[in-house]
Design a protein around this ligand. Structure first.
Ligand code: CA
Length: 221
């Protein structure tokens, strides 16, 4: 796998590059936000480790710009331990996971494995459901051949629904898929994400099965 590391502290950057490289990945490591943003924008990475406090362009802006441009690769952000606001802002900006500094390298590698595993679970397939086509590798969604802009949460939600189209998925299940490490996840937020996704998809694509959950259907009723 190809991993991008954006961290301005030289020692930590080197440690990250060594540890991730030692786990068998190809690592590109850069020290400022502008360079990191550029690389993540023009090159394909399987995952990114992104520090938030960065010179030139801060990590949150880097992440927001990628997501706004439809770059949906998994991103793990590094935050300051005390700053819970940073975590919230990071997840809102489209981060897939976060780790507070200082951290154990083993934990970082475990989190990275989990992110890559979720990527792998989807394979590199192109899924089709009615007019909706989802390319897991390019992290791209087309509806009737037209590209659809989704946030990373919306993309993950749609991925799971497409992977298991026709099946009813509970809010708990969807919530666990979106927030694998968060012990106080809230399944009510799933309603919000499903609502947003519905507005972007052909009408009737996501059915509500009362009391059970949601189902993606091929032929909207
Ligand atoms: Ca920093």
């Amino acid at each position: 796998m190809r991993i991008l590391v954006v961290e301005d502290e030289p020692t930590l950057r080197m440690q990250l590059a060594q540890a991730i490289g030692g786990a068998g990945h190809t690592v590109e490591a850069v020290g400022d936000g502008a360079e990191g943003h550029y690389l993540g924008d023009v090159e394909d990475f399987d995952a990114v480790v992104l520090d938030l406090g960065l010179p030139v362009l801060d990590g949150l802006s880097v992440l927001r710009r990628w997501r706004a441009a439809g770059r949906n690769m998994p991103v793990l952000i590094l935050t300051a331990r005390s700053a819970w606001q940073e975590k919230v802002a990071g997840m809102d900006a489209g981060a897939d996971d976060y780790l507070a500094k200082p951290f154990h390298m083993e934990e970082l590698l475990a989190r990275l494995r989990a992110l890559l595993r979720r990527l792998g679970e989807h394979g590199s397939a192109q899924w089709q459901c009615g007019a909706i086509a989802l390319d897991t590798r390019a992290a791209r969604v087309l509806v009737d051949g037209q590209p659809l802009q989704l946030t990373s949460h919306e993309f993950k939600l749609l991925s799971l629904l497409m992977q298991r189209k026709g099946e009813v998925l509970s809010r708990t299940e969807l919530s666990e898929h979106l927030y694998p490490h968060d012990s106080d996840r809230d399944s009510n937020t799933i309603e919000v994400f499903v609502g947003r996704l519905r507005k972007k998809l052909p009408a009737g694509s996501i059915e509500t099965v009362r009391g059970l959950g949601y189902r993606l259907v091929e032929e909207p009723a």
